[in-house]
Ligand binder design. Structure first.
Ligand code: SAH
Length: 349
């Protein structure tokens, strides 16, 4: 809930509107985890609320529980969180000088089943609600005791299968936590017909679409892409790129492309050339991601030479490119890995 909803809610409870402002301050600025913690509220009101839980069950104020914390030597902190209905999800805080990037999940599990992704191995449990997305940012902020500067929807799940909650969460992060839309990135592997919808709903919901859209491309041709991403079968590359162009036309924002580098498979010089060809005329940025090995697959990490050559091949053809530094490899770095290793055991306990 935002400020005005909290004020209205306080009033609907027979309280003054400023109680809503206090709630807002404690929930977002102070990160209160429960009603009891909000000591400025009248004691009898808190007691009354506690005695009468909301319709449909649950708590008036609640947070996901921290089930496990994994901290890498470089400070990268991965949290395994438990939802009220007993599911587990991952969120990661990635610190750097003067910034804290939080990688959030949009779903519990994921139905897209990309072959190199640990999350995809377990299928989808359900999409996350708005508060469960915002909760991840609050949880990492609390644990790392640092203000988040960037949020990327690159955790578990496919954000374009949960557009309304993702946009409402972005709204909350900006309006209630004071983040800037430009510091937020939504990453998608592509779901047919949803990119123009994302653009239009973003304009409706947020007034403008200034967050960055990152599209997980991973291959320069349809055949190889389908091999890595089975769902790409229903979404030819040309259609995906055409939707990206429509997204750019509606929002006026550039799109960036992610390209996972798998040793010997999609990291060859000819493939860099084909990728540059594919993206011709596109004002874009390519982010190369060296593969993080997962247990279930035999893919190889690319050699440093292959990464450098691939990058140089794109640069020679005037494609803006960066290589994502692997962070926190000792903290079950790959998407969904921590949850696959610990999730069920911990939640059962
Ligand atoms: N479903 C969305 C967002 C979640 S995945 C998407 O696919 O974009 C976020 C990024 O992590 C994607 O680019 C994905 O391809 C990448 N990724 C997944 N598993 C990985 C692995 N084992 N190594 C490196 N990158 C991986």
């Amino acid at each position: 809930m935002g400020l005005s909803s909290l004020e209205q809610w306080a009033q609907s409870q027979g309280q003054a509107a400023f109680r809503g402002r206090q709630l807002h301050d404690w929930l977002y600025a102070k990160g209160a985890r429960s009603l009891e913690a909000i000591s400025v509220l009248p004691k009898d009101w808190r007691a009354q609320l506690q005695a009468e839980p909301p319709e449909g069950g649950g708590d008036w104020i609640g947070r996901s529980s921290e089930l496990h914390r994994s901290v890498a030597r470089d400070g990268t902190t991965k949290l395994l969180l438990g939802t009220a209905d007993g599911l587990t999800l991952e969120t990661v805080g990635i610190p750097a000088t003067d910034r804290l990037t939080i990688c959030v999940s949009s779903q519990v599990g994921c139905p897209m089943a990309c072959r190199f992704c640990a999350t995809g191995k377990g299928g989808l449990q359900r999409s996350l609600a708005v508060h469960e997305i915002v909760d991840q940012v609050l949880s990492v902020r609390e644990v790392m005791d640092q203000r988040p500067s960037h949020v990327v929807f690159m955790g578990m799940g496919e954000p374009l299968l949960n557009i309304d909650a993702v946009l409402a969460a972005i709204d909350c992060l900006c309006t209630d936590l004071g983040m800037a839309q430009r510091q937020i990135t939504v990453s998608t592997v592509g779901v047919p017909k949803t990119l123009p919808t994302l653009a239009e709903r973003a304009l409706e919901r947020l007034g403008r679409a200034q967050f960055t859209l990152a599209v997980s491309l991973h291959a320069p041709d349809q055949r190889l892409r389908e091999e890595l991403i089975p769902t790409a079968h229903a979404y030819p590359l040309e259609a995906l790129l055409e939707d990206c162009r429509r997204y750019v036309a509606i929002t006026g924002r550039r799109v960036s492309f992610e390209y996972i580098l798998l040793g010997g498979l999609n990291d060859r010089p000819q493939q860099a050339e084909a990728l540059a060809q594919l993206l011709r005329g596109f004002q874009s940025h390519v982010n190369l991601i060296p593969y993080n090995p997962i247990e279930e697959e035999e893919f190889q990490r690319p050699t440093q030479e292959a990464v450098a050559a691939f990058k140089a091949g794109l640069e020679r053809r005037h494609v803006a490119v960066s290589v994502r530094a692997s962070r926190g490899l000792d903290a079950d770095a790959a998407c969904g890995q921590l949850r696959r290793r610990l999730g069920d055991t911990l939640q059962a306990a």
